[in-house]
Design a protein around this ligand. Structure first.
Ligand SMILES: [Zn+2]
Length: 256
């Protein structure tokens, strides 16, 4: 199949008055990252930034003119690619070096970026083998117990290692809302990245089990509620709903 280069690379889906979901329409559904834009009283948050294949900042400009702080839930290529376009970039200190010098291996791209990843091309010259993450060193760190205060909404930072060492989530007690990155999403969880730690992942998920949550906005797939969160966690802890080998998992998604 000849793939065309596409202009409407991003789609913006309004979720509520202050929250939008931005998605890279032409990335395969099994990889596509959820990019969350949250409009605050004093500044806006961009939670993750996709693969960085097309300019993202101009898309955000249509949503709000406020200052934007990018929070990267973790350092994998599908979540940090657009961060370089923004001045303020926060993440966990344990992944500082990976944000500073991402490459095909340490960002996870080597396993997931292949021809079938792209339903269309971001530009005519694009070839998946030349995909690279543009480095975007963190300009500040977030860790367990920190609070991100937008003026009208405040989020606690939870450090939830396992998928990656510096995975973080944002939790708002008032609305019982969790932005979880890849610590949990509505799909098979991935604990075999080179720096994953299965034992620590179990602890992070057991911790999430106790959290008073009504809505989870994950790093991939659709949002879900507490009951589904408990199912995903319990399945994982029982050894089910795990991605396992990435290549075999992708082939399975593709029906190969
Ligand atoms: Zn990840």
């Amino acid at each position: 199949m000849n793939k065309m280069a596409i202009d409407d690379w991003y789609e913006v889906i309004p979720i509520s008055d202050d929250l939008s979901l931005i998605r890279e329409k032409y990335i395969a559904h099994w990889l596509r990252c959820n990019i969350w834009h949250l409009s605050g009283k004093n500044f806006d948050l961009l939670i993750d930034s996709g693969m960085g294949l097309r300019p993202l900042k101009q898309e955000i400009a249509t949503l709000s003119e406020k200052q934007i702080t990018v929070i990267s839930t973790h350092c994998h290529f599908d979540h940090i690619g657009g961060a370089h376009e923004f001045e303020c970039r926060l993440g966990h200190r344990l992944e500082e070096a990976l944000h500073r010098e991402p490459n095909h291996e340490n960002s996870g791209a080597a396993e997931f970026v292949r021809a079938e990843t792209f339903l269309a091309l971001p530009d005519n010259d694009f070839h998946y083998e030349s995909y690279r993450v543009i480095p975007a060193p963190l300009t500040g760190y977030l860790d367990e117990g920190d609070v991100v205060d937008l003026g009208d909404r405040a989020f606690q930072v939870l450090h939830l290692p396992g998928h990656s060492p510096g995975s973080i989530a944002l939790y708002e007690l008032k609305s019982k809302t969790l932005f979880s990155g890849d610590a949990i999403y509505n799909g098979e969880l991935f604990d075999t990245v080179y720096h994953s730690d299965k034992m620590i992942y179990r602890e992070s998920l057991q911790r999430l089990r106790e959290l008073d949550v009504e809505t989870v906005h994950g790093g991939h797939y659709g949002s879900f509620g507490r009951r589904r969160m408990l199912e995903i966690i319990d399945d994982y802890l029982a050894g089910k709903a795990v991605m396992g080998d990435a290549k075999a998992w992708i082939d399975n998604q593709l029906g190969k």
